[in-house]
Design a binder for this molecule. Structure first.
Ligand SMILES: Cc1cc2nc3c(=O)[nH]c(=O)nc-3n(C[C@H](O)[C@H](O)[C@H](O)COP(=O)(O)OP(=O)(O)OC[C@H]3O[C@@H](n4cnc5c(N)ncnc54)[C@H](O)[C@@H]3O)c2cc1C
Length: 290
């Protein structure tokens, strides 16, 4: 299932139907998140859903170069820093189209593993999910059934993620968290949308910024598949901080990174934000009872 309005899948489908190749981020068992090469409509289903950890792109770069040299139409979807890397290596290829995500930062997969039961982590075969539409909800699914899940209010990975303590140091000085984007098309969540036409906001609405001529051409080709309307960039930026500046580093992040190697994830996060963790648990406890 897509995380937001599903624009990534619409764009990927367009490329696949034109016999192109799509590169994007997938969960690959056991417990890896990495970019994969997709050539069929079935393949692109694996890209759906945001994976809130760093995706490894190193393995697919030789295939990407090969596809571009062979003149295939290639779509690459990733975080802005991944796109900047791809463009600096392959930007000369006219058959390359890039789509970047609005991104507040990515944690290492190790942090997620630290919060999961070891047995589940090792045997994970099927799928990991972080969102059900607009709701953040961690789940692990095997053979179609959910085998493990944690609600946002009880989730120590999400707590670390949303407070920014898990992001890579470079995320706090991200050069790409600006309205001037690095890719042909930027996608994200249109938080705070006010619309008379798009009423089903709870199922997620994609924000789409068309940044280049190539991006405009592609958007024109897919727009009949979308329910869309035009808004000002200012409206998009208003509720989406990472369209204008990087996530701000906090003292909690500095402390967490110092403590984590010595005491591990759970002790480190409880030490740096006991107030927040107790507060959320109290709220969840009261909500269950009132
Ligand atoms: C780490 C991270 C941080 C984000 N932060 C924000 C934010 O601050 N504001 C905002 O508006 N949106 C943010 N997003 C984007 C948002 O969550 C949705 O991914 C986006 O709106 C696309 O939704 P969709 O329904 O079109 O696509 P979906 O069908 O959900 O597809 C998601 C696309 O994103 C790619 N992708 C998924 N996970 C990763 C990853 N870890 N690394 C690289 N590419 C990935 C996949 O290749 C796929 O093509 C973030 C996404 C990620 C992964």
């Amino acid at each position: 299932m897509s995380s937001s309005g599903g624009i990534a899948t619409v764009l990927a489908t367009y490329f696949i139907k034109r016999k192109g190749v799509v590169y994007g981020c997938a969960f690959v068992p056991p417990m890896q998140v990495k970019h994969i090469r997709c050539t069929t409509l079935d393949d692109i289903q694996k890209l759906r859903g945001s994976k809130y950890v760093q995706s490894d792109v190193s393995e697919i770069l030789p295939c990407l170069e090969n596809d571009l040299r062979q003149g295939k139409e290639v779509l690459f979807i990733g975080t802005p820093c991944q796109i900047a890397g791809v463009i600096s290596n392959f930007g000369q290829f006219k058959n390359l189209t890039t789509v970047d995500l609005v991104c507040h930062g990515v944690p290492s997969m190790q942090f997620l593993c630290d919060t999961l039961p070891k047995k589940i982590c090792k045997g994970l075969k099927d799928e990991i999910g972080f969102r059900i539409n607009t709701n953040y909800h961690l789940f692990l699914r095997r053979n179609g059934s959910i085998i493990y899940e944690r609600a946002l209010s009880k989730d120590l990975f999400f707590k670390g993620f949303f407070t920014g303590i898990l992001f890579r140091p470079s995320c706090f000085t991200c050069l790409y968290a600006t309205p001037k984007r690095v890719s042909d098309i930027t996608i994200g969540d249109f938080w705070g949308l006010k619309s008379n036409k798009i009423l089903d906001i709870n199922n997620g609405v994609s924000l789409t910024l068309v940044n280049t001529e190539k991006g405009t051409e592609i958007f024109e080709c897919v727009k009949d598949k979308l329910v869309y309307e035009q808004h000002s960039l200012d409206e998009a930026i208003k509720d989406n901080a990472q369209l204008s500046s990087p996530f701000r580093r906090s003292y909690r992040e500095v402390l967490f990174k110092k403590l984590y190697p010595k005491v591990g994830y759970l002790a480190a996060i409880w030490s740096i934000m006991p107030d927040r963790l107790i507060g959320t648990r109290m709220k969840a406890f009261l909500k269950d009872r009132l």
